[in-house]
Design a protein around this ligand. Sequence first.
Ligand code: NOJ
Length: 563
Amino acid sequence: MDTTQRKWWKEGVVYQIYPRSFQDTNGNGIGDINGITQRLDHIQSLGVDIIWLCPVYESPNDDNGYDISDYKSIMAEFGSMEDFEALLSGMKARGLKLVMDLVANHTSDEHHWFKESKKSRDNKYRDYYHWWPAEKGTPPKRWSYFDVDGNAWKYDEQTDAYYLHYFSVKQPDLKWENPKVRQEIYDVLRFWFDKGVDGFRMDVIPFISKDITYPELPEEYKGNFIPFYSNGPRLHEFLHEMNKEVLSKYDIMTVGETPGVNIDQALKFVDEDREELNMFFHFDLMSLDRDGDEVFWMRDEPWKLTDFKGIFSKWDAVFAEKGWGSLFLSNHDFPRSVSRWGNDSEAHWHNSATMLHTFLLTMRGTPYFYFGDEIGMTNAYFDTIDAYKDINTVNRYALLQQEGVALEDFLDNEKDAARDNARTPMQWDSTRNAGFTTDNPWIGVNPNHKKGINVASQEKDEDSVLNYFRRMVQLRKSNLGLVYGAYQLLLERNEQVYAYTRTHENESFLILLSFSTEEASVTLDEIEFDKLRLLISNDAAEEEKTDSKFVVKPYQAMVYQIL
Ligand code: NOJ
């Protein structure tokens, strides 16, 4: 292959950490930076290359750090800048790279820019944010994610004006149209790059450009405002400028979080020639089990494997010649991957967790795993409203109550949809609080840490989810074809088995994955059976194949080399 196209961030495996829930070392029930440093050996032992660290900057924590009050300081609950530097040098010593979270669509209302901005209409920071003077009447409707009234404009008495907040009232949107704002953000990026940080994941990055005449929302977006938010008129101009002024000066990676971006717009972000970003997270899969445009509401009918395959196949094709994809099944905003795409019942948990690992590690694109996936952590399935800590659940409940939604129905939905499902503490061992903290954890620990879903027990078992994950990471790393190889879907219409090949230069692989609780029997005429060598399987059962027929056990995963 053209070696100029090879990049460390294409070949690396990413491990995402939600610091609040990873490891507490000072006994306050909240994870901290020293906790991550303490666990670096574990992370290294997984074989992953890159850590994506969710926000650790100073923040009043209205949205757990996604509301930043100082981009250049560390949140006191998480530690100090010295702790951060110790973490970074511990990572460098182990060959691990660090990707931070850039949350620059909005700040906290406690950021000094905003505190100044709201003081007077002629304050020098006034134009850092979006203001609508009240004498112009009520501003055209904008929807907000976490607002108790769903309204993204908040009236502020001090200057008799409304400010815009796509997320909570404590997350005012920055006005990127002001060149000073952009320079401030570039300065933040340089600050962290100069410390040795290796990249950024960019929070809701397509939302940064807005039509600052704030027109009425066009009719076509009334049911779903997200594509409107993500299609701002100057978005690509801003991304290109950021690339030219900062990103291009460092050997770093960028991955945008891009709700509302579809395949037609994809290459605008990541075509190398356009000099914007390296990768992004689309939301097609994350919407698959959701109710139309209601991103946080579950659909009644179960999702279908053919649709799942369709999403991955469609997106793979987009990046076949240009750009590069990112692969993820879960993160801090969605339920646990094994509970959502696999099956967390006792009978199927092991195979489905390891099958999903096999899937992500044999697809083209950079795989992102969320902490705890390596041991198959499952949803929290909280029973009471008080167990939830997330502003998204708490405020949405307030909003839906006004609309008459019953608590029981809401809780039912949250069991499958809530972000807190994925925010419970890392399960290190089977002791009290799973070895996460000595105090009361900030959010409930999943009781299944006592039943084998913990690192310590899985270390001892060769066939554990954890040890399978390690073997699977090594398999990807020792076969470049699994990183760069062309993807070809087989059995397109099969609702039980996902089958595909990956081919690169002289290497070829066949991957068979069951997404079913029933045994499946599949015929693959295009494969020459005597040329198959099994590289890995997640099931102890003997492989069964005769002529062109395979018997695939429930949630079984098999990777073959085609000789
Ligand atoms: C996306 C982040 O992943 C999420 O956790 C956060 O609440 C919103 N953006 C707002 O920053």
